[in-house]
Design a protein around this ligand. Structure first.
Ligand SMILES: CC(C)(COP(=O)(O)OP(=O)(O)OC[C@H]1O[C@@H](n2cnc3c(N)ncnc32)[C@H](O)[C@@H]1OP(=O)(O)O)[C@@H](O)C(=O)NCCC(=O)NCCS
Length: 184
């Protein structure tokens, strides 16, 4: 529960939260097929998004949801991979962080980096007890920032609508108690 009498602090421009992490992929990062494991990239994405969220929030921010992650191209051992993140949108206590991952191929370093993954994550700013706290607003600066802000709103509207539709569906069916170990 957040205290509604406490006003959120003044905003920060989108560029304030921008963070890039880079690393070279090694043999311990690969899957059975010899390309970089999706889980390795997911951790990398979560790390850079967490850094952007914490910078914008000015404190601890936890991952509430990974809304979407798309792997566009395989990543190989030796590739120099850069993950770029920024806060696209802020709500009351939550933030959407957009991440773009690009790779420089080790054997064609003169070519432009290629996009290998994109992701959108929701972070929530929390206090020392883990309770949500108001986040300062993000202030989109450029046309691109404004487009990303609006698209983040669309994703949030869809997420909330989907949750409501599933709750309504469950409310309209008398299902027996499901004790299966799969996702609810
Ligand atoms: C994230 C967490 C703090 C939210 O707590 P909560 O009591 O459910 O919070 P609320 O219902 O008040 O929601 C707080 C905000 O989070 C958003 N939120 C909560 N669950 C969400 C979800 N599954 N997807 C997207 N947004 C979500 C809400 O929309 C709300 O946003 P707003 O304030 O901008 O409108 C809590 O669920 C938690 O601690 N989860 C574990 C986090 C964690 O361990 N992450 C991995 C390691 S960092």
């Amino acid at each position: 529960m957040t205290d509604p009498s406490v006003p959120p602090p003044t905003g920060k421009p989108t560029s304030y939260s921008r963070v890039t992490l880079s690393r070279i992929m090694t043999a311990v990062d690969v899957n059975l097929y010899g390309t970089v494991h999706g889980g390795v990239l997911m951790k990398f994405v979560d790390d850079v998004a967490g850094a952007a969220a914490a910078r914008h929030f000015g404190g601890t921010a936890v991952t509430a949801a990974i809304d979407e992650i798309v792997f566009a191209e395989p990543v190989r051992v030796g590739d120099l991979v850069h993950a770029h993140a920024q806060v696209n949108w802020t709500g009351h206590t939550s933030m959407e962080v957009g991440v773009r991952v690009v790779a420089e191929r080790w054997d064609s370093a003169e070519e432009a980096p290629i996009e290998v993954a994109t992701a959108y994550l929701v972070f929530v700013g929390v206090d020392v007890s883990g309770n949500p706290r108001p986040v300062r607003p993000v202030l989109p600066e450029t046309g691109e920032d404004k487009r990303r802000f609006r698209e983040a709103e669309i994703r949030r509207e869809h997420r909330l609508a989907r949750r409501r539709a599933i709750q309504d569906h469950r409310g309209s069916h008398d299902s027996p108690v499901d004790d299966s170990p799969v996702a609810s």
